[in-house]
Design a protein around this ligand. Structure first.
Ligand SMILES: Nc1ncnc2c1ncn2[C@@H]1O[C@H](COP(=O)(O)OP(=O)(O)OP(=O)(O)O)[C@@H](O)[C@H]1O
Length: 633
């Protein structure tokens, strides 16, 4: 039979083949009608999904339909069915095929669905008529045990053929341990529990290293790997294995992870000193859930015949289906309660499903936008529930009371030569007054976080004046050739605005401010004449990265980064490289470059300060919350 050409497929299958699994929709797909068939169908979807490697449900369901059509096609013998199914799922181990066959038998209402599908697919019918293929499905199977067993009897001959392909003949079941040693199954990822002895892992590692590893080192490595595998937490285990194998041996790591439970527990069993210890380990395995119990079952299994395996599988599925049917599960909340029931029973279907451990994959709370579980509103806030929406009233922050020690700096208190930079202003505001000392009289790095409109530009001007003061001659003139100031603004439009603003305010000092951004290029002559270069992060990054003329970049003494909070996400690395290059320049030239960051109020301002090398002890970090807004929101 195996050598003969395969008979034509029935209508439904051909219809789906025409659509292809990728294009099919849920419409016309098999819908289980009873609790039992639904439970079995879900288990089947789970098996198929594992084989297809996490495809979306519509594709898995379409594949399930095709597989059911093959399974229900009594023109096929089992080996042909397996071949047909493998066209959809790639090679599958015999035990997976056995599971599919067993589940196919328990899905007794498939024919109805296919009939419905056939009537909606007229064009396909015509196709089949042309071909003259008789479309026949098995009659609805009786739900009782006897009829199922009859089916097994009929298939016995084929089963025995299948059984010959089995390495150990051990019964295998459960999502985690769904593989055996048969042929090319699972791309060589399968491991037969019977093969694991006390030194299996050591041999496996030695093989992976092509025997090029010292035996003692290999033994040590095997012990360490075994300890890691026994830890159980998948993600940690994986990363520890990567470290252990020096980020090499990926195939081996994959294999070990795939067979983690088998390796850990079978090695333990094999290393047991006596029967008593072995018994203890076995008891522990039985208590620890269905996957380990199934491993034990495999270990204890002798070379079961295909028929026996089939029977055991069917019995397990039937029992599970019966449990679901026995009223413990209501219709509406089947999924919810079903899971609990299955957990309690450690049932077969539960072991088939790979449950997603959401807790385990949850992101850490930090670093996630809106990750706060609780959001406290300011005092005085209240909510008003209306139909279809909710109003949240948040009172405006009250302006921060002036501290008795706090004093606003009058422009007249500034050095005389600095007054023209603040033309039209009488005093510094609260934010500026607070930063004033550090900004104008010290070379320390600064991070100023303040609300919009708080007057950060004035702080930038104060730091520029500090640089001018360093280059101020005794006669009041300035030496503009020994320094350069770089002002980084996040957008070209802002660059132009800053150039206009600073040019205006610093004209009196004969300070030349020029734009260097995008298509704006400056000649050597222009650069020499310029004291303040206003640029974008990207442009400054390119300039400082170039190994060419460094004469003017070496002269930079002050780097102001404005609106630093806007430079996140994909612009973050550019900002980082600018700052890192500046820090390297300081280290190599031993000449100080002052870093000044201007930012909106951010929750992680301390990180930002550290990034800008702000000395927190020397008070270079200034943080003002929204109560410092000149105009409350
Ligand atoms: N001490 C002051 N006296 C009078 N006006 C001032 C003073 N400081 C700033 N201003 C004015 O307040 C306005 C806002 O200032 P500025 O643009 O520097 O704020 P900012 O903090 O940089 O705001 P943004 O975050 O929007 O850039 C400007 O029009 C500026 O002239």
């Amino acid at each position: 039979m195996l050598g003969e050409p395969l008979p034509a497929c029935p209508t439904k299958r051909r219809r789906l083949r025409e659509e292809s699994v990728l294009t099919s929709t849920e419409e016309g797909l098999y819908q289980p009608k009873t609790k039992e068939t639904r439970a079995t169908y879900e288990a089947m979807l789970s098996v198929i999904q594992q084989q297809l490697g996490g495809q979306p449900l519509n594709i898995v369901s379409a594949a399930a339909d095709e597989i059911l059509a093959v399974l229900k096609n009594d023109v096929f013998k089992n080996p042909d069915k397996k071949k047909e199914i493998e066209k959809l799922l790639n090679p599958i181990p015999n035990n997976v095929f056995d599971q599919l066959v067993a589940m196919g038998k328990l899905i007794t209402d498939f024919q109805d669905a296919s009939d419905a599908g056939a009537t909606t697919a007229n064009s396909d019918d015509a196709l089949d008529d042309d071909m003259g293929v008789a479309v026949e499905f098995e009659e609805n199977e009786e739900d009782d045990e006897e009829s199922d067993l009859d089916m097994v009897q009929e298939d016995e001959e084929d089963d025995d053929e299948v059984a010959e392909h089995h390495g150990s003949g051990a019964m295998q079941m459960g999502g985690v341990i769904d593989d055996d040693d048969s042929g090319d199954a699972n791309e060589g990822m399968s491991l037969n529990v019977q093969d694991i002895d006390a030194y299996w892992l050591q041999r496996k590692i030695s093989q992976a290293y092509d025997q090029q590893i010292d035996p003692q080192q290999c033994q040590k490595l095997a012990e360490e790997v075994l300890t890691i595998l026994a830890e159980g937490n998948d993600r940690e285990v994986e990363s520890k294995l990567f470290v252990q194998f020096d980020y090499k041996q990926f195939d081996l790591i994959k294999f070990l992870l795939r067979n983690q439970l088998k390796i850990v527990w079978c090695t333990r069993l094999q290393r047991a000193q006596d029967q008593e210890e072995r018994k203890k380990i076995e008891d522990e395995m039985k208590d620890l859930g269905p996957n380990l119990a199934a491993i034990l079952e495999q270990l204890h299994a002798t070379r079961a015949t295909a028929k026996e395996r089939q029977k055991i599988l069917e019995k397990n599925i039937r029992e599970e289906a019966r449990r679901l049917k026995d009223g413990s599960v209501g219709d509406g909340d089947r999924d919810r309660r079903g899971l609990v029931d299955r957990d309690a029973d450690g049932g077969w279907l539960q072991s088939q499903r790979q449950l997603l451990d959401l807790e385990n994959i949850a992101f850490e709370q930090v670093g996630l936008f809106m990750a706060n579980k609780k959001c406290d509103l300011p005092e005085g806030s209240y909510r008003h529930l209306s139909k279809g929406y909710e109003e949240v009233h948040v009172p405006a922050l009250k302006p921060h009371q002036l501290d008795p020690k706090e004093k606003l700096i009058k422009i007249s208190e500034l050095p005389d030569w600095a007054h023209p930079a603040f033309k039209g202003m009488t005093q510094l505001n609260r934010v500026q007054s607070e930063v004033y000392e550090t900004a104008l009289y010290s070379p320390d790095n600064i991070l100023l976080c303040a609300p919009t409109g708080a007057g950060k530009t004035n702080v930038a001007v104060l730091t520029i004046l500090q640089q001018l003061a360093l280059n101020r001659n005794s006669d009041g003139s300035f030496n503009h050739s020994d320094y350069k100031i770089v002002y980084v603004a996040p957008m070209k439009a802002l660059v132009a605005e800053v150039v206009g603003n600073l040019s205006n305010r610093l004209q009196v000092y004969d300070v030349k401010v020029r734009e260097l951004s995008g298509d704006q290029t400056l000649t050597r002559q222009q650069i020499e004449e310029t004291q303040i270069i206003v640029t974008t992060p990207e442009k400054w990054d390119i300039i400082t990265r170039k190994s060419g003329d460094r004469t003017y970049t070496q002269l930079v003494k002050l780097l102001i980064i404005d609106e630093i909070h806007l430079l996140h996400d994909n612009r973050g690395p550019v900002l980082e490289s600018i700052v890192a290059r500046t820090v390297r320049q300081i280290e190599t030239t031993k000449e100080h470059i002052r870093l000044v960051g201007l930012s909106a109020t951010l929750p992680n301002y301390e990180d930002e300060a550290l990034f800008l090398r702000v000395n927190l002890e020397k008070k270079g970090l200034f943080h003002f919350d929204n109560s410092y807004r000149p105009v409350p929101l």
